[in-house]
Structure formats: C-alpha cells, structure tokens
Design a protein around this ligand. Structure first.
Ligand SMILES: Cc1cc2nc3c(=O)[nH]c(=O)nc-3n(C[C@H](O)[C@H](O)[C@H](O)COP(=O)(O)OP(=O)(O)OC[C@H]3O[C@@H](n4cnc5c(N)ncnc54)[C@H](O)[C@@H]3O)c2cc1C
Length: 468
C-alpha cells in the first residue's frame, strides 16, 4: 500500500508530495487534469508574499511579521485564525531556500505591479515555471504522478481515511492530503451560491473563471456530506473585473484590465457606480469583480482617454477606440445620452491638482456622487478607449476547517490521517478579502505541513522532527 496519497496537482499538492517524499514516504499524486493542463490555478500565479526582517535577494527593505499580520487583519476584517495566520507568515520567511532546492527561481517585481517590490517575491517564468519545476523535482525523487485522475469520493471510517476512488478504481493509502482547490469552476454550484437577484438575474451565469476548469469542488462537497467541519461562506470569492472577451476558463492574469483607477467605470445604463480612485489599485482591484457582479447584466465599462495610456499594465485585448465620446458610446453599445451626461458631469466635477498615480494625489471630484477621490482628470483628450468588463472569479473561500498540523476535522476532532492544504483550507486564514500573494503563502506553508503530517501519520515518525 502507498504511504501518502495526494489529491490535486497544484502548488499545495506538490509541496505536500515533495515534503512527504523527502520524509521517506512512498507518494502517489492524483491530478484530475491531463498533463498539459496540470497545475490548477497555481500555473497562473506570479508571486508569493513573504515576511522578511531585512532586504533579501529580490525583496527590498523589510516586511516584518507584525506588518504582514496587520495587513491580513485589515483585509479579512478579523475573519482569520491568528495562530494559523502567524504560522503562515513565519513559514513564508523560511520557505524560499526549500523552493529553490526544488528548482523555483525568483526575480524582482515586474514593472507596472505597483508597491509589491518590498512584500512579494516573483517567480521567474511565473507559476507555470514553478509548477513545472516542482513536477520535475517530484518525478526525480520518485513521486508517482497520475494525470486524468479525478477523485470522485473517499472511503472514510470514524474520521480516518481508507481509500480514494477514481471512478470504480479503489486506491488505498496510509494517509491522504486533500489539495484540490475551491469550487469556482463548478458553474452550477456558483449559481446556487450567488442565487437570483432582485432583477430576476442569476449573476453567476455571467461570471468568467480566471483559472483552471478542473476545480469543481467535488471533494469539498463530498466532505461536507461526510460531516467534515467547514469554514467560510460559499458566496465569498476573490473576484476581479476582467475583459468580457476573456475565455470562460484559464484566461489568467493577462485578461485583467488595470485602467479603472485612471478613468471612470459605468454600467450598461451609462451610469457610474463606485469611486474609481478610492485607494491604490493593488488594494482595490479585487473589489471590482463583486461591484460589477451587482450591476445590471453583470457588466461594467472602463473608459479612459489618451492621458492614461502607458500608465497601466497593457491588457491582452486592445480597447475599443474612438475619436469622440459619442462615437465610443455607439461602438460599445452604451445609451448615448446617459453616457454623455455621466462623462460631462464627471469632467465638470474634476478638481485637478498635481496628478501622480504613484501616490494618493489631490486630483478629485467635487459635488459628484459617487465621488472619485484620487487621480480624477477630465476624460477629454482623444483618442478614447473603452473596455467591457465582467466578474472574473479567481477562487472561492469555502473550505475545510483545520489546525496547525493541517488535519481535517470532524465534530471538532482532528483526523489521524487525513490532511488538507491550499485553497481547500485557505478560508481558515483568509475568511474574506485578499492581499496579493497570500494564496501561495498559505498553500506553500500548509502544503508542506500537510505532507510532513501525512508522512508521520503513515508511520514515518522519526523524520517528522527532522523536517519540522
Ligand atoms: C489568474 C490567477 C492569478 C493568480 N495569481 C496569484 C499570485 O500571483 N499569487 C498568489 O499567491 N496567488 C495567486 N492566485 C491564487 C492562487 O492560484 C491560489 O491561491 C493557489 O494556486 C492555490 O493552490 P492550490 O494548490 O490550493 O490550488 P490549485 O493550484 O488550483 O490546484 C488544485 C488542483 O486540484 C486538482 N483537482 C481538483 N479537483 C480534483 C479531484 N477531484 N481529483 C484530483 N484532482 C483534483 C486540479 O486539477 C488542480 O490541479 C492566482 C489565481 C489565478 C486564477
């Protein structure tokens, strides 16, 4: 019988598999995707948020534990388990040498990613290179990997793992790590979670999924049915406004449109609905998916003029271009009169001071609702550009409750041999909100813990201390 079965094929699963193998366990990893689509959402990532007390290779200055903790506290509004959060934070300060040993390389933050050069270590070649490096290392170390292997149910007895099923095939193991992501790719479940709105719409029908199509939440649902302790709210997710032309799945980072804070956003009625300049874009980009989801038809339109061009990361799809605002309204299918009134009111309300997109500048609107607090300049210099945006779901927050050993819980009791890592438990640390790079911090910390715990549960106890 195999010692440790790892279910999932992204960052958390690979960290678990590598740690369990390093502890001497025989390891089988089951990835539901075919080889060419392996790596889940992790293949789309760019960076990891890291605590550090002094400058490091690719990280500037310091980002101490307390500051990281305060950032988490702020974005979650307290919906976090301090013990597990601090464990994640501390682990982020020590994991990179281990990651390097398994082939991951780092680079300084990319141009255009404001304010991350101090806090986030970027993966050279992005998440795809990270995932490829981990698979290469896992295979070299003798981890068995099976693709096209979706697990649809588990056999459990009194909170203990006995076996997993891929169709009719029964796979036994001494211990198991669940690392198979959220349920964002399951459109039926998303529909149910978001429900119907007051306009009779099912908002989730208009959502796009930024990452993998393979995170169907099958085992999350199964574990809920088995009475596992659950954490989080099914309607909470990381949700970004992305180009409406993005594919349903796997559009990745390039479909994001980072121009919102430089222009105005209107809904399909041509009306503004939120302060585009409330705060720095990295602190606000993740609220716009939900804001658009609440608009009629779940669509928004980002409008900029030529002054904004070159000041944001170029998106993959070109904007709709026009030499006048009426022409832009027509090209985007917006109600012309309402749109022109919104733009005229906005332009008239702008109080332009010293425009500086790198600080919370003094360019704002007066007497306008909603106001634009910063970077407000009249949209008046042709050519004009417009981008239609839809809610783009990154991942869901509903997950399994866990502890510092990454154990799955039933009725408050930790399982002896069933563990969980990554998005499937991230809600313990991140009940809501988001701060860039923390998904990979959580997945790396708990993936490594889960792998070590699973190896120990499989009887390889002596190495647990060596790895701890
Ligand atoms: C476009 C995009 C950009 C992102 N950028 C960043 C970033 O820069 N930094 C950051 O920290 N976070 C980022 N995130 C979030 C990040 O991707 C996640 O936090 C992290 O990758 C989660 O890792 P995971 O291993 O838990 O899940 P995943 O990487 O999604 O892996 C889940 C795996 O489980 C497999 N699976 C699912 N169900 C089953 C089943 N039943 N049987 C077998 N296998 C199954 C899937 O195929 C997949 O391989 C980004 C996400 C997206 C979509």
């Amino acid at each position: 019988m195999i010692d440790v079965l790892v279910i999932g094929g992204g960052n958390a699963a690979l960290c678990a598999a590598l740690m369990a193998r390093e502890a001497g366990a025989s390891v089988l990893l089951l990835e539901s995707a075919p080889r060419e689509w392996r790596g889940g959402n992790s293949q789309h990532t760019r960076n990891l948020r890291c605590m550090h007390d002094a400058p490091q290779d690719v990280l500037l200055d310091a980002y101490p534990e307390e500051e990281f903790w305060q950032d988490l506290l702020k974005v979650t509004g307290g919906a976090t388990d301090e013990k597990l959060a601090r464990l994640t934070i501390r682990a982020s300060s020590t994991c990179r040498p281990w990651m390097r040993r398994h082939g991951v390389r780092f680079q300084p933050s990319l141009a255009g990613t404001l304010h991350l050069s101090r806090t986030n270590a970027f993966f050279m070649g992005g998440g795809k290179a990270l995932v490829n490096a981990y698979y290469r290392s896992a295979e070299t170390l003798g981890v068995q990997v099976r693709y096209d292997a979706p697990v649809d149910r588990l056999e459990l007895r009194d909170g203990r793992f006995l076996a997993a099923y891929v169709g009719n095939e029964r796979i036994e193991a001494k211990a198991c790590v669940l690392a198979c992501g959220g349920f964002e790719s399951n459109r039926e479940w998303m529909r149910e979670a978001w429900g119907q709105n007051e306009r009779g719409e099912w908002p989730a029908d208009n959502f796009l999924i930024r990452g993998t199509r393979f995170n169907q939440g099958t085992l999350l649902k199964f574990m809920m049915g088995q009475g596992a302790d659950i954490i989080g709210d099914p309607s909470q997710s990381h949700c970004v406004a992305i180009d409406a032309r993005a594919p349903l799945y796997d559009g990745g980072i390039v479909t994001r449109v980072d121009a919102v804070s430089l222009g105005v956003m209107v809904n399909r009625d041509g009306v503004r609905f939120y302060d585009e300049g409330e705060d720095f874009w990295p602190k606000r980009y993740a609220i716009w998916g939900r804001l658009v989801a609440l608009q009629p038809g779940q669509i928004g339109y980002c409008i900029i003029d030529s002054k904004a061009v070159g000041r944001f990361m170029p998106p993959v799809f070109p904007g709709v271009r026009a030499d006048s605002l009426p022409e832009l309204a027509r090209a985007m299918g917006l109600p012309e009169a309402a749109f022109l009134k919104t733009l005229a009111d906005f332009n008239a309300a702008c109080r332009v001071g010293h425009f500086d997109h790198t600080v919370l500048d003094d360019c704002h609107t007066e007497g306008l609702a909603p106001m634009k607090s910063h970077w407000a300049r009249p949209i008046a210099t042709p050519p004009f550009l417009g981008y239609a945006l839809r809610p783009g779901i990154t991942f869901t927050y509903l997950g399994l409750k866990t502890n510092e050993h990454a154990a799955v819980h039933f009725g408050g009791q930790p399982s002896d041999n069933l563990f969980v890592a990554g998005e499937m438990m991230a809600g313990n640390v991140l009940g809501k909100g988001y701060t860039a790079g923390v998904g990979m911090s959580i997945g790396t910390a708990f993936g490594r813990i889960a792998g070590t715990s699973a190896a120990a549960a499989a009887g390889l106890r002596e190495v647990r201390h060596a790895a701890a």
